[in-house]
Design a protein around this ligand. Structure first.
Ligand code: GUN
Ligand code: FE
Length: 415
């Protein structure tokens, strides 16, 4: 079936590139993008058109790092650095997801809130619980959020959330056996090196190889964490090597943060195709630092953005984009590294993540549509006619759930 969306088309097909088509046409065949047009080709003249008027039709957001069971602690308890923050607030919050009716309630709300804020693809951490993780995947699929979810593995230094090594492995197998979803797939998730014993890391590395499963974790977020990894793995010169040792450092592995990754660690990422997921709000909230995003990109490391709730305080990925720009400006003031422009940061928060999942950076023909429609008519009145790129910039800063009028995920309207 042919669907046609009509409105102001705005896309960042690759890093640093912004393309706009005023009152253009986006043609879909069964949810797959056929192409975008300035004028509608004659052959589509009889097809139904959804006219969004002056609305801005843009690629949706992709959040490549967030913790679903931390949603209840959003906006709270950010007065401690990482390791104390985990011990004081986080492990006990995640432990509550033993309770499946609680999990159902929180995860249903989270899935709806993701769609309402324009996020259609995620790479997400769950808690240690297999059953609650399956509920999370079910709720995401129901709401139309696509991507990857991981039952978290943590058999040491994890307080109330800790499992034994045997439980961790058997729960992972039980979870994998029951992952039967169309749009949401499993990703192996060792929490981070300090929370995983050598035998657990080894078991997960084997599983990743045997079943071809992707991997996500945390890397070089905080100085205390990095020193601790050095003590736990004296044979590893750097943090990343503790993952490589067990086969967890491979193409497509997602590593959140990389705030303190030096050139050698960055080169190891570029060489293997390991992704850095930049979470600027969390890095400021937990006093971790500002990540070397442009340096990573210049070295050829693939970079995407994450909200990292609840180290991050907002689920809204346009806010993650804005925070990435702000953090990059602080970094420019400190180091001279040029800040991220709005189109660059927006690409990292949308197109880069879509590409991770095999989609297009912008409205690439042959890919399923992942898009939002923003109504900017409620924003402060323009004193003069604004260009579409000015309106795009303002929308990135000002949009919220009230101004997001439609969300398309996998070619289907979900709002
Ligand atoms: N490192 C290990 N676990 C976590 C977590 O839950 N949040 C953040 N920001 N870093 C971590
Ligand atoms: Fe995290």
């Amino acid at each position: 079936m042919t669907d046609i969306l009509h409105g102001n088309l705005i896309q960042a097909p690759s890093f640093g590139v912004l393309e706009t088509i005023p009152r253009g046409y986006l043609v879909l065949e069964d949810g797959v993008i056929e192409d975008v047009y300035r004028r509608l080709p004659e052959r589509y003249a009889a097809c139904p058109v959804t006219d969004w008027g002056q609305g801005l039709i843009m690629p949706s957001f992709a959040d490549l790092h967030l913790h679903a069971p931390q949603y209840p602690m959003l906006g709270m308890g950010m007065d401690l650095p990482l390791l104390e923050w985990l011990d004081t607030y986080t492990f006990r919050t995640e432990a509550r997801f033993e309770d499946l009716s609680y999990a159902r309630r929180v995860y249903r709300q989270l899935a709806r809130d993701l769609i309402a804020s324009g996020t259609t693809r995620v790479a997400m951490f769950s808690s240690r619980h297999a059953a609650a993780t399956l509920i999370l995947m079910e709720e995401l699929e129901r709401a139309g959020v696509t991507g990857l979810v991981g039952k978290v593995n943590m058999d040491r230094n994890a307080g109330l959330s800790q499992e034994t090594t045997e439980e961790s492995v058997s729960e992972t197998l039980r979870w994998l056996e029951n992952c039967r979803f169309r749009l949401v797939k499993p990703i192996l998730t060792p929490r981070f090196t300090p929370a995983c014993s050598d035998s657990l890391m080894e078991a997960l590395g084997k599983l990743a190889a045997e079943r071809g499963l992707p991997v996500q974790s945390h890397l070089s977020e905080n100085r205390g964490e990095i020193d601790w990894v050095g003590q736990l793995h004296p044979d590893c010169a750097q943090y990343w090597e503790s993952y490589r040792k067990y086969g967890l450092w491979k193409k497509g592995t997602l590593m959140a943060h990389c705030v303190h990754s030096d050139p050698r660690e960055q080169e190891a990422m570029a060489r293997e195709g390991v992704w850095a997921v930049h979470c600027a709000a969390s890095n400021v909230n937990l006093c971790s630092g500002t990540a070397p995003v442009r340096e990573l990109l210049n070295r050829g490391v693939p970079v995407a953005l994450g909200s990292d709730i609840a180290g991050g305080d907002s689920l809204a990925m346009n806010q993650a984009v804005v925070m990435a720009i702000r953090a990059s400006k602080l970094r420019q003031m400190e180091t001279g590294e040029p800040f991220l422009t709005v189109p660059e940061a927006y690409y990292l928060g949308s197109g880069a993540g879509h590409r991770y999942f095999g989609g297009g950076g912008g409205f690439q023909p042959g890919t399923k549509l992942h898009a939002i429609v923003v109504d900017d008519s409620g924003f402060p009145e323009p004193a003069r006619e604004l260009t579409l790129s000015e309106r795009f910039e303002r929308a990135v800063y000002l949009m919220d759930r009230r101004s997001i009028k439609a969300v398309y995920s996998e070619g289907v309207s979900r709002l």
